[in-house]
Write a protein that binds this ligand. Structure first.
Ligand code: GUN
Ligand code: ZN
Length: 439
């Protein structure tokens, strides 16, 4: 008898079986052994699978049956969120990016020298994102290593999957809120070592130069070589705001994407937030490098940065995921980010001829498999493919005290539509990360 835990979910399953394609299994099942997906199929094929996989040898089997108003979907992926900015959610949208950073953001981020404050905020943001169904988050942590490690601890404690980056910032911020380039390198190497030594499968370090204006070419090149030697992913911002882009051009005398490319920062494991104003040549460069964009529609609207055209990025062959960009965006919920991505795309449709706006299936892809691809984690998460880790949500559109009423029975596709347009954390009834129930 095996004591490994086997959980079988029966019900309606919705996921993206491949790029851009939604796949619905009505009356299906997903079999999960410990953290991994063992089998996915229609319930009519269950007896055959049971015999073939010899599951009677397990003495630790749990069956979970979904209701008609529920669907099983992959966990949502936030490809760009600033954990320390969470207390500023909903505040400070009277300024544009560069002034917003100076007026509100650096002031708040400086407070993370305080370990108690760090722990309180990080526990809250990890809990809040999990409650809204974010099973994987790609975090900008703090400039301070100690504080950034506390975010790693919060993520481990609450059972979220995460990439966590200690910020590199040596210039264009208050004098008491920067590090020297040599400190920045040493601290980054130590941070990578400290995160790796926790030997937690769910958490990995990510190299995090804040943006091209926060660092210089030498430091970026050093970070590029650490990323290469240690095979660590990279995150930063690109082409978010017109004044920022102008300053980058003045500072480096080349395009924003070329600046990062010169430092070897554009890799298959690089995710760049925003990318609102990238030229065709820059998009070509990103596509050639296999570098991704984190589309942050709420932030692009609230900081009045611009309208990012996801269709154009995808048409150029650039991978795209969704980001909340808290607190550039007010909400820590990827459900909100899906709605905002739909809104922004419709606003682009008003301006462009022959433009097909994103639909609910497109934003669902961005929030799940697209996000996994953008973070180069598509071999591990993003959908219910056999062999992947089981990161999943049970969505229920018939819960009391939610934002909508369930008056007519809905198909699985309709439940997904209602969830995207009307849902919030109250509709996310259960959350599983690597097979472990965390909500
Ligand atoms: N560019 C550099 N830093 C930041 C930040 O904290 N938020 C956003 N939205 N853009 C940035
Ligand atoms: Zn950001």
């Amino acid at each position: 008898m095996s004591s490994e835990r086997l959980v079988i979910f029966f019900g309606n399953i919705v996921h993206c079986s491949e790029q851009f394609k939604i796949h619905i299994i009505e009356n299906g099942f997903v079999m999960v052994l410990e953290n991994k997906i063992m089998e996915v199929n229609e319930e009519s094929a269950f007896e055959e699978a049971k015999a073939r996989l010899n599951i009677t040898k397990h003495n630790n089997i749990e069956e979970i049956r979904l209701k008609k108003s529920q669907i099983l979907i992959p966990g949502l992926i936030d490809t760009h969120i600033h954990a320390p900015q969470y207390p500023n959610s909903g505040l400070g949208y009277d300024k544009l990016l560069l002034e917003w950073l100076d007026t509100y953001t650096y002031k708040l981020e400086k407070k993370y020298k305080d370990q108690d404050f760090s722990k309180k905020v990080f526990d809250a943001v990890v809990r809040k994102t999990l409650d809204h169904g974010t099973t994987t988050a790609c975090y900008f942590a703090s400039l301070y290593s100690n504080s950034s490690l506390l975010l790693v601890d919060s993520v481990i404690t609450h059972g979220q999957r995460a990439l966590v980056g200690k910020i590199n910032m040596t210039t264009l911020a208050p004098e008491d809120y920067i590090e020297t380039p040599s400190e920045s390198i040493i601290n980054t190497k130590n941070f990578i070592k400290d995160v790796t030594s926790k030997k937690n499968d769910l958490v990995q370090p990510i190299i995090t130069p804040r943006f091209a204006l926060s660092v210089d070419m030498n430091l970026m090149k050093e970070l590029g070589s650490i990323a290469k030697e240690q095979e660590v992913p990279i995150q930063t911002h690109i082409s978010e705001n017109v004044d920022e882009i102008k300053m980058v051009k003045e500072k480096y005398n080349m395009s924003y994407a070329e600046t990062y490319d010169k430092a070897d920062l554009l890799t298959t494991k690089t995710i760049l937030a925003h990318g609102v104003y990238l030229s065709d040549d820059e998009l070509k460069l990103l596509a050639n490098r296999g570098t991704s964009i984190a589309h942050c529609p709420e932030s692009n609207t609230c900081l009045k940065s611009g309208l990012c055209d996801v269709r154009r990025l995808q048409a150029a062959g650039v991978k795209v995921g969704l980001g909340t960009d808290v607190s550039g965006g007010p909400s820590a919920s990827i459900i909100q980010a899906m709605k905002a991505a739909l809104d922004v795309s419709i606003h682009i449709f008003f301006q462009k001829e022959n433009y097909t706006p994103l639909n609910f299936e497109d934003v669902f892809y961005l929030a799940t498999l697209g996000g996994a691809e953008a973070l180069a984690l598509e071999n591990k998460i993003g959908n219910f493919e056999v062999g992947k880790d089981f990161d999943a949500l049970i969505i229920d559109m018939d819960v009391e005290n939610s934002s909508s009423d369930y008056l007519l029975e809905c198909s699985p596709s309709e439940i997904l539509q209602k969830f995207i347009y009307l849902g919030d954390d109250r509709n996310v009834t259960n959350v599983f990360v690597a097979g472990r129930r965390v909500k």
